[in-house]
Ligand binder design. Sequence first.
Ligand SMILES: [Ca+2]
Ligand SMILES: [Zn+2]
Length: 332
Amino acid sequence: MTCIQWEVGRAGTHSSRKQDCTSGWSATTHVLIRGEAKLNKRVRCVSLALAAAGLAQTAFAAPQPSRGFGCGAPEPSEELIKVSQQFAAQEAQALADSYRSGNITARAVTTVKVYFHVVAASTALSGGYLTDAMITAQFNTLNAAFAPHNIQFTLGGTDKTVNANWADDSLGYEMTMKRALRKGTYKDLNLYFLQKMGGNLGYCYFPTTATPGSTAYIRDGCTILYSTAPGGSSTNYNLGHTTTHEVGHWFGLYHTFQGGCTGSGDSVADTPAQASASSGCPVGRDSCPSAAGVDPIHNYMDYSYDSCYEEFTPGQQARINSFWTQYRANAS
Ligand SMILES: [Ca+2]
Ligand SMILES: [Zn+2]
């Protein structure tokens, strides 16, 4: 198909102007359209043999579809959602038992080793080359967000790589990059800060059963747009909480708007149901009016501005612990 946009002049004059519709498309056939109302703008798509169009097939390669601005974490699978629901039942039972017995013991602090990988197109900050001060600020922000939930991050190491291909997530070098840079075991957190994310702020992988060397093992960790680090250039998203949000996924949390207003939602009982992602900081938003509670816009697992984020809930903390114990605590 080739696409031709016509701007038709006065009816009867047949004066017309041919335009490309969008980049990647080409108009090569001239067709007169008669009797159009004057100054109408028309779009016609005409089938043409590529050979007749005189263009190489590659000229028609569609541009990469742009992913929405936000988080590119994969949709949790049905199996994973079932796991979350089983955890939910166990967590509720454990909570009820502890209330009944009055035997509430504080859980020990979970310590997670984190590796920072800066992957930039150049050694300039605009190339994605985060400064040491920004990396330290990101590390401190991550720790501050999870500290109320008995999770502490220790720094395993930091490396910086200049590779323009790897620095652009849309180019398909994810596994190549991770094979080269990944460190530690499945219980260690690898964070990759890239210069370009194809419209996303970040994405991460949920916990699973992953044997060393498998794809699930190598790709584990979070990929994050460098300019979301504290002091970065992503306006409204530059306090470092894209990392907090993505690490929430790494611990097994879904978006608070997962599943919408009905059903099990995010499988966490104390995050009110939410129809869709919030944007900004819409205090009082109530996207599921027939369900209890207003939207959890201050929750790190919504899509609000960094300045709006405040918390994980006790239910999310319990879920993090369940996933950690099951999938990561004893992993190699
Ligand atoms: Ca919920
Ligand atoms: Zn997300």
